[in-house]
Design a protein. Structure first.
Length: 271
């Protein structure tokens, strides 16, 4: 069995005390972009440069999400994954985008990613996610869920169609069978908006025993402190707001004194 990266099983029971700051790189047409509410995209540059910065600044993980691969049926961006894999990054990389089959997922890991992030497969083919989990181990699988609350109801967005729905039993089975290690819970409506994260998405998330990486509208220490203080949250993912400030992750960690964060060693990173 292939194992992408060795995450302890205690993630599921929240026994892991140290929480993470994750740098997020959104990629469209091969370029890193600033995404605003899944509607507007502003160019940032080459994904490799941003990944190098996140690695140097002390990110605990890097998520690279190619948002147009599934809608184009283009498959994963293996060229990008291989370029990232050859950079010698000390930070683990999660890749998402265009994964259609078990073979795609296995090849993503072989090409240099440490874990997978699946989104379209959760809608289209939960059995493929099940098989990926069996081959790679559940610790290698992160499920991405763009969510919003409307009139008190928690709705899951299919970003390819723009339609929202209530999560169905097939998805809940993946959670209950513990075939996914964490959920990337995306507040898509507030993505790109300063201090805009909707805390109700966390409080209403079911099941309550799956760790959450929260993303969208996380821009300042106060908001981060709020989400990371919630037991179910294992990590906070930040994208747009890291790209314009030198050593932004280090600065945020310095402001989050008292939280059980993983501490980075900057002594070898030229800081």
């Amino acid at each position: 069995m292939l194992v992408a990266v060795c995450w302890t099983a205690s993630l599921r029971g929240f026994a892991v005390l140290k929480k993470r700051i994750v740098g997020t790189i959104t990629v469209k047409n091969g370029w890193a972009v600033q995404s605003i509410g899944y509607r507007r995209y502003l160019p940032l540059g080459r994904p490799e440069i941003i990944a190098e910065n996140f690695d140097r600044w002390g990110a605990d993980e890097i998520i690279v999400i190619c948002i147009d691969r599934s809608s184009k049926q283009a498959g994963p961006d293996f060229e990008l994954i291989r370029r990232l894999g050859k950079m010698g990054l000390a930070t683990p990389v999660i890749y998402g985008g265009g994964i259609r089959t078990v073979e795609d997922g296995v090849e993503v890991i072989k090409s240099g990613a440490d874990r997978l992030c699946v989104d379209a497969l959760l809608h289209d083919a939960p059995p493929v996610v099940t098989e990926l989990s069996r081959q790679l181990g559940s610790q290698a699988i992160v499920g991405a869920m763009p969510m919003a609350t409307e009139r008190g109801q928690r709705l899951w967005l299919n970003y390819r169609t723009g339609k929202q729905s209530v999560p169905g039993p097939a998805l809940l089975d993946l959670f209950s069978d513990r075939l996914i290690s964490e959920v990337l819970l995306i507040d898509w409506k507030n993505e790109g908006k300063p201090a805009g994260f909707d805390f109700e998405l966390i409080h209403s998330f079911q099941p309550t025993n799956i760790p959450l990486i929260v993303f969208g509208g996380l821009s300042d220490a106060r908001t981060l402190e709020g989400v990371l203080s919630i037991q179910q949250v294992s990590a906070a993912a930040i994208g747009n707001f890291l790209s314009y400030r030198e050593h932004a992750i280090q600065r945020l960690k310095e402001q989050l004194v008292g939280l059980p964060l993983r501490q980075s060693d900057y002594s070898l990173q030229g800081l």
